[in-house]
Design a protein around this ligand. Structure first.
Ligand SMILES: Cc1cc2nc3c(=O)[nH]c(=O)nc-3n(C[C@H](O)[C@H](O)[C@H](O)COP(=O)(O)O)c2cc1C
Length: 316
């Protein structure tokens, strides 16, 4: 079933955030009304080798990364990689073991470690390989396939990319409105996202630099996208999804923020135990950012190792 077509427009997705958008964070975002959840990017290569070599897939870290709770639906697993065969095996495995609502392919990551494998934005720069990867993925499942791209990678701009893959069955695209060279800062190219509509019949999401209701409205107006992807705007502010719907400010009282931070930590602990609390350290620093005395609290929060530590520090 193509859930993308059923979303009420405009809709707001939590964009993938490696090392950040785990199930605990996604559940908190969902509570505030995020409409679609992306997993952290997971390696198609790792899935391939796990499927080939492991007898017991329960111990697969990659599979763990892709797991989710039913209440996170609609949930999309994002894959990165560059070998069509790996995407085929990974897609079949995810379909069977994870049962998400969709599978997404990463064409946008500009990080060196990913680029070196010919994946992420390096894959977008290689049209022929991109085509093969999408084809292998769409042919391996009846789940809807989506893609996440930049506006440009190497010589390939998004319009040429979409034109090249136009006969493939891609249901949705999230366009990070920056080129690969821009990495994570600089202006968003609204015009090219709007123009993408002439080359792509599916659902279009605009992404990049959205931190408030006003930002979201401006981007929706200028791009005429069906929805928006929020990444860094949700860090320490998962209620941004509610703010986008109601027009409220994203600023909140300290007491309310601390309560949400504790709830997030509880979820992280339930899911991952002590590891979850260690991983919470960065989230806790984002939650307290901007409050008076934040830098002193930060010193304590970067050392938390138990749920009680979190509760004690945030209740002081
Ligand atoms: C720490 C971090 C991790 C990210 N991880 C992923 C990822 O796993 N997959 C992906 O497609 N994009 C990833 N991105 C890109 C974001 O999804 C998003 O496209 C980008 O940050 C621009 O949106 P923003 O301005 O709302 O943050 C990541 C970005 C950051 C800052």
């Amino acid at each position: 079933m193509n859930f993308w077509q059923k979303l009420k427009k405009p809709f707001y997705a939590l964009a993938p955030l490696a090392g950040i958008s785990d199930s605990a964070f996604r559940q908190i975002c969902k509570e505030f009304g995020a409409d679609v959840m992306y997993s952290e990017m997971a390696s198609a290569t790792a899935f391939f080798y796990d499927a080939k070599k492991r007898k017991n897939l329960d111990s697969s870290e990659t599979l763990k990364l892709a797991r989710f709770e039913g209440k996170e639906r609609p949930f999309v697993v994002q894959l990165f990689g560059s070998e069509p065969e790996y995407f085929k095996v990974a897609t079949e495995l995810i379909h069977k073991q994870i049962k998400p609502d969709g599978i997404d392919i990463n064409f946008g990551c500009p990080v060196k470690k990913v680029q070196k494998q010919g994946a992420g934005a390096a894959l977008m720069a290689d049209l022929k390989k991109s085509y093969k990867v999408i084809k292998a993925t769409t042919e391996s499942t009846d789940l809807p396939i989506s893609i996440k791209t930049r506006t440009k990678a190497g010589d390939v701009d998004i319009l040429r990319f979409l034109d090249y893959i136009s006969d493939l069955d891609v249901k949705a695209i999230m366009i990070h409105g920056r080129t690969r060279a821009q990495m994570f800062s600089g202006d968003i190219d609204m015009a090219v996202i709007k123009k993408a509509r002439d080359f792509f019949p599916g659902i279009i999401m605009a992404n990049g630099g959205i931190y408030s209701y006003e930002d979201a409205m401006r981007v929706l107006n200028e791009t005429e996208a069906d929805g928006i992807g929020i990444a860094r705007g949700a860090l320490g502010k998962p209620w941004i999804f509610k703010a986008l719907r109601t027009g409220q400010s994203v600023e909140r009282q300290k007491k309310a923020v601390f309560k949400i931070a504790v709830k997030h930590a509880e979820l992280a602990y339930t899911q991952k135990g002590k590891k979850g609390i260690i991983e919470m350290r960065k989230h806790l620093c984002w939650y307290i950012h901007g409050f008076p005395g934040a830098s002193k609290k930060r010193e304590e929060l970067i050392r938390v190792s138990s749920l009680d530590d979190v509760k004690n520090i945030l209740s002081e």
